[in-house]
Design a protein around this ligand. Structure first.
Ligand code: 9Z3
Length: 392
C-alpha cells in the first residue's frame, strides 16, 4: 500500500481525468451566463446531492455521501421564484430536481395522480368527466396470450394511434385516445389539478425564460472538475459593457462532498474480488478547493458553503473554522437530525439561527413551510448588500 498523499487543488486536477462532456457543459454555461447577464439578472450556482467515491474503474461498488438533494432542489426553486436569479443547478444524477421534486416517485408517485376515464362519460359533459365518481372506470381487458396486460410501449417509439390528440377539457389536461374499441382519456384527479397546473406553469415559464441550466455529476472527481469549470466561466463572463458577473454571481454549495477519495492511479481496474477475508481501503484526502475558489476562480462572487455535522457541540466551531480558513462570505451550519427546520448562519461578525416549526408543530391547517424559502430570502438580502444595492 503506498502512502496517502495530500493533494493540492492543482495536483488533483493534474492527476484525475476530466468528466466526459466537460467542454460541452462549459460552453452551455457560458452562453447561459451571457444571456442572463444581458437580461440584467444575477446568476447563482447551486450544488446539490451527494458525491460518490468509486472503488474500481469498472465500478461495481462505491461509497456515497448522504443527501437526497432536497436542500439544493428546493433552494434552486426559491432563487428562481425571486425573479432575480438564473440558476446553474449542479446536481447528483437522479437526485431531486427543482419542480419535478414535488412528484418524487417515493413520496408522491406521478401515476397515483391520474385516472383512466371512460370516454363516453367525457363526451357527455366536460365537467362530469373530471368529477370523481362520475367517470366510469374502464373495464379491465381479459388476459391476452397468458399475460395480465399487454407490453408497455416505449415513450420513445412513434405514437401507435395517429388519431391520438390533446383535448382541453375546461382546464383539465387530458389526452384522448381513440383506437379501435377504445374511447378513454387520462385525467388528473381534481384535487391534484390546481397544484399541478401551477407547478407546470412555473416550470414552463422558467424554461421559456431560460433561467435554469442543469448539469449532473456522479463522482467527487466529476463534481470538482465541474465546480472549477463553472466557477471560472462565471468569474470570467462579462456583460455587453464588458463588466464581469463578479459580485453579482452567487455560489450556493449545498452538495454533500466526500472528504476522501481513491486517486485514479491507485484504483483497482476490475471488480474487487472477495476471498481474502476483510477488505482494507485506504483513501487520500480530497483537496479543500474553497480557498482556490475564493482566490482564483470566482472573481469576488458571493460564496455560501454548508457545514453538516451530527454533533451539535462542534457545528459552530467547525463552521467558523471553515470561514476563517477559506475567507468566503458565509457558512450555513446544519445538523443531520434537524436540518429541515433549523440552520445557523455563521458570518465573521457573529451567528444567527433560523428556525421554522418542526413537522409535528405545524399549524392546524397543515401549512407546509420550507426552511429554504427563508434561507434564500436571508441570503438574497446579504447578497444585495454585498453588491452595494438591490438594483445590481
Ligand atoms: C449540507 O449540509 C446540506 O444542507 C445537506 C442537505 C446535505 C445536509 P438534503 O439534500 O441534505 O436536503 O437531504 N450540505 C453540505 C454538506 C457537506 O458536505 N459539507 C462539507 C462539510 O460539512 C463542506 S463542503 O465539511
Amino acid at each position: 500500500m503506498s502512502d496517502p498523499q495530500q493533494f493540492s487543488a492543482t495536483e488533483f486536477f493534474d492527476s484525475q481525468p476530466p468528466p466526459p462532456r466537460l467542454e460541452e457543459h462549459l460552453v452551455a454555461v457560458q452562453r447561459f451566463v451571457e444571456s442572463n447577464l444581458r437580461q440584467g439578472r444575477r446568476v447563482v450556482l447551486v450544488t446539490s446531492g451527494g458525491t460518490t467515491v468509486p472503488l474500481e474503474h469498472n465500478v461495481v461498488r462505491f461509497l456515497d455521501n448522504f443527501s437526497a438533494g432536497t436542500r439544493g432542489a428546493a433552494s434552486a426553486e426559491h432563487f428562481l421564484r425571486s425573479g432575480r436569479y438564473a440558476v446553474i443547478f449542479l446536481h447528483r444524477q437522479h437526485s431531486l430536481q427543482p419542480f419535478s421534486r414535488h412528484y418524487s416517485h417515493s413520496t408522491n408517485p406521478f401515476l397515483d395522480l391520474l385516472d383512466v376515464v371512460d370516454g363516453s362519460a367525457a363526451a357527455a359533459s366536460s365537467h362530469d368527466a373530471f368529477t370523481v365518481g362520475k367517470g366510469k372506470a374502464p373495464e379491465f381487458p381479459p388476459p391476452q396470450d397468458g399475460h395480465l396486460f399487454p407490453p408497455i410501449p416505449s415513450m420513445h417509439s412513434p405514437p401507435t394511434s395517429p388519431r391520438s390528440r390533446a383535448v382541453p377539457l375546461d382546464g383539465v389536461l387530458s389526452q384522448q385516445q381513440q383506437g379501435p374499441g377504445e374511447d378513454v382519456s387520462i385525467q388528473i384527479r381534481p384535487q391534484n389539478l390546481t397544484p399541478m397546473l401551477s407547478l407546470l406553469r412555473s416550470y414552463k415559464l422558467v424554461q421559456h425564460l431560460n433561467l435554469l441550466e442543469s448539469i449532473p455529476f456522479v463522482t467527487v472527481s466529476e463534481y470538482l472538475w465541474l465546480l472549477r469549470g463553472i466557477s471560472r466561466v462565471m468569474g470570467q463572463t462579462t456583460d455587453a459593457d464588458g463588466q464581469a458577473l463578479g459580485r453579482r454571481g452567487m455560489y450556493y454549495l449545498a452538495a454533500a462532498v466526500s472528504d476522501f477519495f481513491i486517486p485514479y492511479t491507485k484504483m483497482a481496474e476490475h471488480k474487487i474480488q472477495s476471498g481474502k477475508g476483510s477488505l482494507v481501503i485506504e483513501m487520500d484526502q480530497v483537496p479543500k478547493v474553497l480557498k482556490t475558489m475564493v482566490d482564483e476562480w470566482s472573481n469576488e462572487g458571493f460564496i455560501v458553503s454548508f457545514k453538516l455535522e451530527t454533533d451539535p457541540a462542534i457545528l459552530i466551531p467547525k463552521a467558523r473554522g471553515a470561514l476563517e480558513r477559506y475567507g468566503h462570505q458565509i457558512v450555513v451550519g446544519n445538523l443531520l437530525e434537524t436540518r429541515k427546520h433549523e440552520v445557523v448562519f455563521v458570518e465573521r461578525d457573529g451567528e444567527e439561527w433560523l428556525r421554522i416549526p418542526a413537522d409535528a408543530e405545524r399549524g392546524a391547517g397543515g401549512e407546509v413551510k420550507e426552511i429554504e424559502e427563508d434561507i434564500i430570502e436571508h441570503l438574497v438580502a446579504l447578497h444585495d448588500g454585498y453588491c452595494g444595492g438591490a438594483s445590481v
